[in-house]
Design a binder for this molecule. Structure first.
Ligand SMILES: Nc1ncnc2c1ncn2[C@@H]1O[C@H](COP(=O)(O)OP(=O)(O)O)[C@@H](O)[C@H]1O
Ligand SMILES: [Mg+2]
Length: 140
């Protein structure tokens, strides 16, 4: 077993006539904080989707947490957490409900979920607005 959290090797992704990824390779060490930067259309989302097993590369190899993402997708999904920019919060839920939703997705028991929800909302200074719908909250 190698010591890398992520290995991306010669990944190509084609969408019909678009080459979104053109032989992309990089490695991320365990414990390393890694930022993937680039202009719109550079291929960041495509790369992340491939790392999560949501998209298959046209060719190349991707390993996450020691697992081959294409062959051991379920193992990878059990290891990772993803926060996409588009659905970070749901505007029709309250702040508290947004936190509860993600706690439920991780199957936290009710008592733990409640304690963590209250702790987080307090810590982030959102406790007083926690019962308002996010979409109705006007920035001060
Ligand atoms: N499903 C798709 N079908 C066709 N082209 C796509 C699709 N997804 C992404 N692309 C194209 O692939 C390229 C990379 O897109 P993307 O990964 O979304 O870039 P970024 O997240 O860096 O803005 C862009 O040219 C984009 O238009
Ligand atoms: Mg993107």
């Amino acid at each position: 077993m190698n010591n890398f959290a992520i290995i991306v090797e010669n990944v190509v992704k084609r969408f019909e006539d678009v080459v979104a990824l053109d032989y992309v390779s990089f490695k991320v060490d365990k414990g390393e904080l890694f930022g993937l930067l680039g202009p719109n259309g550079a291929g960041k989302t495509t790369t992340v989707n491939i790392l999560c097993g949501l998209l298959n590369p046209t060719s190349g190899f991707v390993m996450v947490g020691g697992y081959d993402v294409q062959r051991e997708t379920e193992k990878v999904k059990g290891l990772i957490g993803v926060c996409p920019q588009e659905t970070a919060i749901y505007p029709y839920l309250t702040g508290a409900e947004n936190v509860e939703l993600f706690g439920n997705l991780y199957a936290l028991d009710k008592k733990t979920l409640k304690a963590r929800r209250d702790m987080l909302l307090e810590k982030l200074g959102l406790a007083q607005d926690a019962k308002r719908r996010v979409g109705n909250t006007v920035a001060a």
